[in-house]
Ligand binder design. Structure first.
Ligand code: NAP
Length: 470
């Protein structure tokens, strides 16, 4: 129930700004807009002109089923108390303080925009990249369109055993003709067609029981036509006392099956090296990575009982002209918003933002999704996360501005942005772009052809808006 004041009634809804239009932002908007008492009014701000965050720019192009969740987001966006402000960067076009003045509650749902580094010598060499950049590049994210991915090498090393490592391995090994039917970026499919990558070596620092990927991701790669998966049975050691959950059991069983397969000739291959950590990258005379020095690990238990990888002092080399570190995303700080550099998150207590890690809660400020809990979990994880944060926001309405006191300039956000030369995109604008992308894709046998630059999107929009007005 709303407090005794009229705040939260249909005539005086609680004004909420959500920063970030990815799954966490949309699920939070949906949960708030479903509330009948109090009533919420939701403005979503997004740095790009387009919505959907990692569903558009993170989910692999050949995983279209997962992208189906945008149908739910579309329903949310149609709500009469939902507004979308695309092409608006909070921290640059609007400050955190300005949002705080204009909204009763502000929710940060900005995800994890960067990546973790290995911290080994040679990581700065050309040809060594963050998997997250590669993902952004093949998904036509404007930040990564011009990234210098040179795929003119036979072997690539991927470090890490999460689902992102599986995604990029599959994209490197899959037939470009198959990928060309999806919504993969045009520049990426051309580079993959002209590329020479035939082998991926996946370096996993711990054992098979600790691999973070889902078995169906490995199954997908193992069933690609013309692709052989090599696993060394000697590395598939699982401690007899180790309790495996269903996912781990399937992984271990599948890896065992793959290890037992005969080594047939194949056009392309994946070699999975367990108990292996890169310790140094060396480059050729042109400053491009050419070799990865790898230390063989053994798994032991730390004081908490967690399985940890420890180097054995034995080394081997892998020749490779491309190295992708796929060891996790990292949240970045936003100007004017508390940040915990240790976890790469906004410090919070169950979604309520704290002034610093362990510090007091900042009333009316929330965080949800990866920027709140770290870069773990699938899209659906954000739904329950968002629901829980929305429940806290409902509970906190009673502590908000007193009856009759109105917020400063909530209705003037659009004018303020125009004054600053920012052209926000609305959800209707996105619907226009969406249609153009789908039509353009259809004409070349693809699901969609994404715009890969903000300039292109804004030009198309100008033209489409003019056509609509004519
Ligand atoms: P992740 O699941 O956390 O995997 C990170 C991997 O990097 C782990 O195998 C980890 O090994 C390894 N690692 C970390 N630090 C390392 C180091 N210094 N040296 C070597 N290896 C290191 O992260 P992610 O793959 O980026 O995925 C993020 C989230 O998105 C996950 O929850 C994932 O399931 C989800 N996702 C889902 C899908 C899908 O459903 N299809 C697709 C993509 C992503 P340790 O375990 O030894 O630390």
């Amino acid at each position: 129930m709303a407090n005794g004041s009229s705040l939260g009634s249909a005539s005086s809804p609680v004004r909420v700004a959500i920063v970030g239009a990815g799954p966490a932002g949309f699920f939070t908007a949906d949960a708030l807009l479903r509330s009948e008492s109090p009533v919420f009014d939701v403005d979503v701000f997004e740095r790009l002109p387009t919505p959907f965050g990692l569903v558009r720019a993170g989910v692999a192009p050949d995983h279209q089923k997962i992208k189906g969740v945008t149908k739910t987001f579309e329903r949310t966006a149609k709500h009469h108390r939902f507004r979308f402000f695309g092409n608006v960067e909070v921290g640059k076009d609007l400050s955190a303080a300005e949002l705080r003045e204009r909204y009763d509650q502000v929710v940060y749902a900005v995800g994890s925009a960067s990546d973790r580094r290995l911290g080994i010598p040679g990581e700065e060499l050309r040809g060594c990249h963050a998997a997250t950049a590669f993902v952004g590049w093949y998904n036509a994210h404007p930040d990564f369109r011009d990234f210098p991915f040179d795929l003119g090498t036979e072997r690539a090393v991927v470090v890490g055993a999460g689902n992102v490592a599986m995604d990029i391995t599959r994209v490197l090994l899959k037939s470009p003709d198959e990928l060309a039917k999806t919504d993969i970026a045009r520049h990426a499919v051309e580079a993959l067609r002209n590329g020479r990558v035939r082998e991926v070596a996946l370096l996993v620092r711990r054992g098979p029981a600790q691999a973070a990927f889902d078995p169906r991701e490995l199954e997908d790669i193992a069933s690609l036509p013309g692709v052989r998966v090599e696993v060394n049975a000697g590395q598939l050691v699982v401690e007899p006392t180790e309790k495996l959950d269903a996912r781990q059991e399937r992984n271990v069983a599948l890896l065992g099956e793959l290890a037992a397969r005969p080594k047939v000739p194949a056009e392309r291959s994946l070699r999975i090296e367990f108990l292996a950590s890169p310790v140094e990258l060396t480059g050729d005379e042109r400053g491009r990575v050419s070799r990865v020095r790898v230390e063989r690990n053994a798994v032991s238990r730390d004081a908490t009982g967690r399985a940890v990888a420890r180097g054995t002092g034995q080394f081997f080399d892998v020749e490779a002209g491309l190295v992708f570190r796929s060891i996790g995303y990292l949240g970045l700080p936003l100007p004017g918003v508390p940040y915990d550099p240790k976890g790469g998150v906004i410090p919070n207590q169950e979604g309520r933002v704290c002034s610093e890690p362990g510090g007091p809660v900042l009333p009316g400020v929330y965080a949800v999704g990866w920027i709140a809990r770290g870069p773990l979990g699938v899209i659906g994880t954000n739904k329950s996360d968002a629901q829980a944060v929305a429940e806290r926001m409902v509970a906190d309405v009673a502590t908000l501005r007193p009856a009759g006191e109105s917020l400063r300039g909530h209705e003037t956000v659009a004018a303020l942005l125009t004054e600053r030369g920012v052209s926000p995109t609305s959800y209707d604008d996105w619907s226009l772009l969406d249609r153009i992308e789908v039509d353009e894709g259809r004409s070349s046998g693809k699901i969609r052809e994404k715009f890969a630059s903000v300039e292109q999107m804004m030009n198309q929009l100008l033209r489409a808006r003019q056509r609509k007005d004519d």
